[in-house]
Design a protein around this ligand. Structure first.
Ligand SMILES: C[S@@+](CC[C@H](N)C(=O)[O-])C[C@H]1O[C@@H](n2cnc3c(N)ncnc32)[C@H](O)[C@@H]1O
Length: 227
């Protein structure tokens, strides 16, 4: 089985600890007019409650067919409509400008290079209405956590090991059964540089989903930006 297939089957378990982001993104969706778009929608963990709370269709883009199939099943079971599209967020293009584009659960860290991220941010800015928002969250870079994880093997949700490549700021998740995925950690200034080159403005930078300000103890960046 590929990474995508194994990941999609076990994704509920991978993501079970992450719940506090849902009301945050639901709140942003309720405040916005116009189309709602989730980048890297996965199995719809966030998009389904967003669609339910707003009564609006959420466009969900993901490069994994296996994840989209899961999202489609879960959306049908929840009785909500998602407009699921297989594609790469780097190629984002919408028919109608969005009121809110969001990317939960650190998924932007799957983009390997500055050029990939800049392209994505520029596409997002071009796809937003004036005043429309782009929101995402990602780890704050922490060498100590990365160093602790390096070489660890974990049995659940599927057997895998973790590897830290210091020079590339990269964590690899290597499945015992084959298949791998990587996260390239990003600093605050890199995020701010991306916001700048894309012509967006930072509306808020939180350190948590409870909207507390970023502090030295924060381990997540929660960005809300505006076109
Ligand atoms: C951690 S999951 C996040 C899923 C969902 N947004 C959530 O919050 O639970 C990361 C997702 O990013 C998708 N992904 C990775 N790189 C991508 C890319 N370049 N374009 C679109 N989706 C991508 C993966 O297929 C996976 O479904």
């Amino acid at each position: 089985m590929s990474w995508d297939e194994q990941f999609s089957v076990a994704y509920d378990e991978w993501s079970a600890h992450m719940t506090e982001d849902v009301p945050f993104y639901v709140g942003l969706a309720e405040e916005s007019d116009g189309p709602l778009v989730e980048l890297a929608v996965g199995n719809g963990r966030v998009a389904i409650p967003v669609a339910k709370a707003t009564g609006r269709t959420v466009v969900g883009i993901d490069s994994s067919r296996a994840m989209l199939e899961q999202a489609s099943r879960d959306a049908a079971a929840a009785g909500v409509e998602l407009d699921l599209r297989e594609g790469d967020m780097r190629d984002l293009e919408l028919e109608e400008p969005a009121g809110l584009i969001y990317c939960p659960f650190r998924a932007l860290l799957h983009l390997p290079t500055w050029a990939d991220r800049r392209r994505t941010f520029e596409r997002v800015a071009a796809a937003l209405r004036p005043g429309g928002r782009f929101a995402w969250n990602a780890f704050a870079f922490d060498h100590q956590i990365a160093a602790r994880l390096d070489g660890q093997h974990q049995d659940a949700p599927v057997p895998h090991s973790l590897r830290y490549d210091v020079a590339d700021n990269r964590i690899d998740i290597l499945l015992d059964a084959g298949g791998a995925s990587s996260l390239w950690w990003t600093t605050k200034n890199e995020w701010l540089g991306l916001v700048d080159v894309a012509g967006l403005e930072v509306e808020a930078l939180y350190g948590d989903f409870d909207r507390s300000p970023l502090s030295p103890e924060s381990r997540d960046y929660v960005f809300v930006t505006r076109r």
